[in-house]
Design a protein around this ligand. Structure first.
Ligand code: IMP
Ligand code: MG
Length: 225
């Protein structure tokens, strides 16, 4: 059987990071000494993430300004992106004629073991989302890989009858088998590599890393379960 094709490059609307992007040498940046040897490169430096997030906030403001929104932060991986995105939306709300009244709610999803997606997706903290009925909802997620997680979450949230659902995803991977759903707001489109940092984890490690980095082979072995 033919290999399934990966998502075509440049279709996400995010900044495209090509398959042959080698990243930056680690020693050009600062990172915690306890991860020495566990990483291959700095893939997206923190400053670039912040600059891209600022622009995503503006796009969200252009689309949703003056409407109340409920931000649904997908934990744990989405917490950094959510904090920074909400901060920038707040800053725009303070400094322009338009503003977005925001509420923030957290849900927790878990589906990965090591660097593999499992069928077993758990949604925690989502017991009663009935307050979403008739609301504009902005789901904030750090990374969309196969898209299965997002597909499941969207179905779950739709059942509570919100008026509108938009999704902001910092990273979208070009992977085979991807489900059709893409976030409305995409930070970066990346190759099919396992990345960590900026709250993204490998078995709960690396959330305390500022930049988005590629984990090394020995890093994967060291923190394998
Ligand atoms: P999907 O269902 O394959 O789209 O996977 C989405 C979820 O898998 C995200 O919410 C992350 O928790 C996790 N994930 C996927 N790829 C990565 C990665 O490269 N690094 C860290 N977590 C990842
Ligand atoms: Mg994870």
């Amino acid at each position: 059987m033919a290999e399934p094709a990966a998502r075509p490059e440049g279709t996400s609307g995010g900044i495209v990071i090509k398959d042959d992007w080698p990243g930056y040498e680690l020693d050009l940046f600062s990172y915690p000494a306890h991860y020495c040897g566990d990483l291959d490169c700095v893939f997206i430096p923190h400053g670039v993430i912040m600059d891209r997030t600022e622009r995503l906030a503006r796009n969200i403001m252009d689309d949703l300004g003056d409407h109340d929104i409920v931000v649904l932060c997908v934990l744990k991986g989405g917490y950094r992106f959510c904090v920074d995105l909400v901060d920038r939306i707040k800053s725009l709300s303070r400094n322009s004629d338009r503003s977005i009244p925001m509420r923030v709610h957290f849900i927790r999803l878990k589906s990965y073991l090591n660097d593999q997606c499992t069928e077993d997706l758990h949604i925690l903290g989502a017991e009663d989302l009935s307050f979403l009925a008739g609301k504009n909802v902005l789901i904030v997620e750090a990374i969309v890989g196969t898209g299965k997680t997002m597909e499941t979450l969207l179905k779950y949230v739709e059942a509570f009858s919100p008026k509108l659902i938009k999704v902001a995803g910092l990273l979208v991977k070009r992977v085979p088998h991807n489900a059709a759903c893409l976030p409305d707001y995409v930070g970066f489109e990346i190759p099919d590599q396992f990345v960590v940092g900026y709250a993204l984890d490998y078995n709960e490690y690396f959330r305390d890393l500022t930049h988005i980095c590629v984990i090394s082979k020995s890093g994967k072995m060291k923190y394998k379960i």
